[in-house]
Write a protein that binds this ligand. Structure first.
Ligand code: ADP
Ligand code: MG
Length: 322
């Protein structure tokens, strides 16, 4: 719903470039101390989970693959344990051991050619979920084969979004928008709309920014999109994008351009975008219909949009979640 921009409708946006993206927190009453707390929290998380810092806990685990178990912080241990459980649950699609393949393809990181089949085959052998030894008593993680690598790229931002919103809530913030490079999580009620719902625009994969394909009016939820135009390269007409199939070692090939999941927990939403990407609009929406308070929006290569049943059409391109 359009709302007039009056001076009473103030918002306070803080942005910081971090974790390879731009993190943005929108508040409706100023609160510098919580913003600083969140900034410090994200700095800490970067030290734990960064792939670029050689001394991060995650890199220590990966570097010691095939050598020895590594004791890590409870935070690190718990996110890895959760990611591994999701991987076992969705073994055909979501696999947190995808690291060796991601490093081989280098999609979005300067990779511009298709790796040799023999190399892909070799890396597929490093993605076996039963080759991870987790010890809860000392928070240690052991990747048993040399060369194995955990990659939390498909889930970490969701986890951080959940944690940030929880910190805001505990600090007494009643309304906020947390945006981690396209992973959005809302807190509380919109302070200025009549029905207190939020309106989130979902960008068409190839359209210019600011021209949403679909808009959704909703209570506080998380909105997570995964698509193939974020990172890719082309050889002739063949497109190679960053969602890799753990069965074949190649980017998934199907009709889907992007999947958006709207639900309560951002970590779960991240997993579901990947799983639904693999399943496509038909099977993916069947899965989503079985989950409470969870919706999905699929966009295919022809920009055809499929939505699940909890999204009520209001007018062209605008949906409502009760
Ligand atoms: P982003 O929000 O950065 O676009 P996504 O949530 O779409 O990220 O996840 C893509 C990233 O997840 C890839 O860059 C890679 O690191 C990792 N990844 C790729 N394929 C898989 C997969 N099948 N299972 C788990 N993680 C994957
Ligand atoms: Mg994801």
């Amino acid at each position: 719903m359009a709302m007039p921009e009056t001076t009473a409708h103030k918002k306070y946006v803080s942005q910081f470039p971090m974790m390879g993206t731009v993190i943005s927190i929108t508040l409706f009453t100023p609160n510098q101390s919580i913003i600083e707390q969140i900034y410090d929290y994200l700095q800490q998380m970067d030290q734990v989970f960064s792939m670029n810092r050689p001394d991060s806990e995650l890199n220590a685990i990966n570097q010691q693959a095939g050598v020895r178990p590594v004791k890590v912080s409870p935070t690190c241990f718990n996110l890895i344990a959760a990611s591994l459980a999701y991987s076992k649950q969705h073994a055909d699609s979501f696999n947190v051991l995808i690291g060796p393949l991601v490093k081989l393809w280098k999609i979005g990181f300067g990779g511009q050619q298709v790796p040799a089949q023999a190399e892909i085959t070799a890396r597929l052998k490093l993605m076996q979920l039963d080759q991870v030894d987790l010890q809860a008593h000392d928070h240690s993680v052991f990747l048993k084969q040399p060369g194995m690598q955990i990659d939390l790229g498909a889930i970490a931002k969701g986890y951080f979004a959940d944690q940030i919103v929880e910190q805001l809530r505990q600090a007494g913030v009643t309304s906020a928008i947390v945006n981690l490079g396209g992973n959005v999580k809302l807190l509380g009620q919109h302070p200025y709309t009549e029905d207190h719902r939020w309106e989130v625009g979902i960008q068409a994969p190839t359209a210019p920014r600011g021209l949403p394909l679909v808009q959704v009016q909703m209570p506080a939820r998380t909105v997570v999109t995964s698509g193939i135009f974020e990172r890719y390269f082309k050889v002739g007409n063949q497109m190679y994008h960053h969602i890799l199939d753990p069965r074949t070692g190649y980017p998934v090939e199907n009709q889907v351009d992007q999947v958006t999941i709207i639900t309560g927990q951002s970590e779960l939403a991240e997993v579901l975008t990947t799983v639904c990407y693999f399943q496509g609009a038909q099977r993916g929406s069947e899965l989503i219909e079985t989950l409470p308070d969870t919706e999905a929006i699929f966009v295919d290569h022809q920009q055809h949009v499929v939505v699940t049943s909890g999204l009520t059409p209001r007018r062209k391109g605008v949906f409502l979640i009760e």
